[in-house]
Design a protein around this ligand. Structure first.
Ligand code: S3P
Length: 172
């Protein structure tokens, strides 16, 4: 039985790395944002816009709990904020689960997110300078929760393949 959880800020590569890692390890890949979209029947941005963030955070908590108690072999990528709400970080702190924090620097995350901020409700409409400031503040607020994992993996200046190998080595 293999249970792997990937956490990290938006743009840290959780979904891309998670999918590659799952392929390498012959596991199924799941993305919590996608499970929420399927459950609610709307894209994340529309959920925030029409139902509000509180509704989203409740769903996120509910579906994370349900997933962890029902699934056995998986790589699961969480949303960037998942560890920081309710008791979410405790849900995946279990002996049977190995968790990784994909940690990016403010500069690295800002440059990645600048290219893909429109689908992310928390980042839409921000200028470059606002984006860096917003990420810095968020990382400060979220740091405690992000570090409640088994392994911290720095993502700056590494390829997807490097990162997948680095994570797989820690699981060996
Ligand atoms: C969020 C991150 C997003 C998504 C939602 C909120 C956050 O996930 O869950 O927009 O609070 O950081 P990604 O990290 O997959 O973009």
């Amino acid at each position: 039985m293999r249970k792997i959880v990937l956490i990290g800020y938006m743009g840290s590569g959780k979904s891309t790395i998670g999918l590659e890692l799952a392929n390498k390890m012959n596991l199924s890949f799941y993305d919590l944002d996608q499970l929420i979209e399927e459950n609610v029947g709307l894209p994340i941005k529309s959920i925030f816009d029409t139902k509000g963030e509180l509704f989203f955070r409740k769903k996120e908590n509910e579906l994370l709990r349900e997933f962890i108690s029902n699934q056995n072999d998986f790589v699961l990528a969480l949303g960037g904020g998942t560890p920081c709400y309710y008791d979410n970080y405790k849900i995946y702190q279990k002996e049977t689960i190995t968790s990784f924090y994909l940690k990016g620097s403010i500069k690295e995350l800002a440059s990645r997110l600048n290219l893909e901020k429109e689908n992310r409700p928390l980042l839409a409409n921000k200028t470059n300078e606002e984006l860096e400031e917003f990420i810095a503040k968020h990382l400060f607020d979220r740091s405690f929760y992000y570090h409640q994992v088994n392994h911290v993996v720095i993502v700056d200046n590494k390829t997807i393949d490097d990162l997948v190998d680095e994570i797989a080595a820690k699981l060996a």
